[in-house]
Design a protein around this ligand. Structure first.
Ligand code: I3S
Length: 132
């Protein structure tokens, strides 16, 4: 059914604390993998990872850290998402997100339930933006 795109995207909005690391920056492999815990927001087809901060983990789902600025923003249009192969990380529940500009991110949470909701929300966001 043809509902306005903004209406579809709005229903996918999601925010929470995730572990993430950038592995490829616009086609160039990042030399040193550095995991950060960060407040993450999915809104309007854009996934935003906020800067690493101590408050980021502490505030949890209650509210985003107020003075934090975005570190990475990933446009979901043209992106792809998959469970990361074992050689990408020894951690469990790792997702690999590839953006259209050739960057790659690993996204992880110890809780399978939590990572699954992110998987679903990001995958649906990608699908809806590509379908339009
Ligand atoms: O792909 P790598 O090099 O095994 O990634 C690990 C490193 O980034 C490591 O940092 P140090 O080299 O400073 O110890 C991290 O602590 C690990 O978490 C990384 O591996 P995992 O498998 O956790 O993504």
């Amino acid at each position: 059914q043809a509902s306005p795109p903004e209406e579809k995207i709005k229903t996918l909005d999601k925010a929470g604390v995730l572990h993430r690391t950038k592995t490829v920056d616009k086609g160039k492999r990042v030399r040193k993998k550095h995991w950060s815990t960060s407040w993450t927001v999915l809104e309007g087809g854009i996934l935003t990872f906020f800067k690493d901060s101590r408050t980021s983990a502490a505030v949890g789902l209650r509210q985003p850290p107020k003075l934090s600025t975005p570190e990475y923003t990933v446009e979901l249009k043209g992106a792809s998402l998959a469970w990361a192969p074992k050689d990408k990380s020894s951690k469990k529940n790792v997702l690999e997100l590839r953006s259209q500009d050739g960057s790659e991110y690993l996204i992880q949470h110890d809780s399978e339930a939590i990572i699954s909701t992110w998987h679903k929300a990001i995958a649906q966001g990608i699908q809806e933006l590509s379908a339009g």
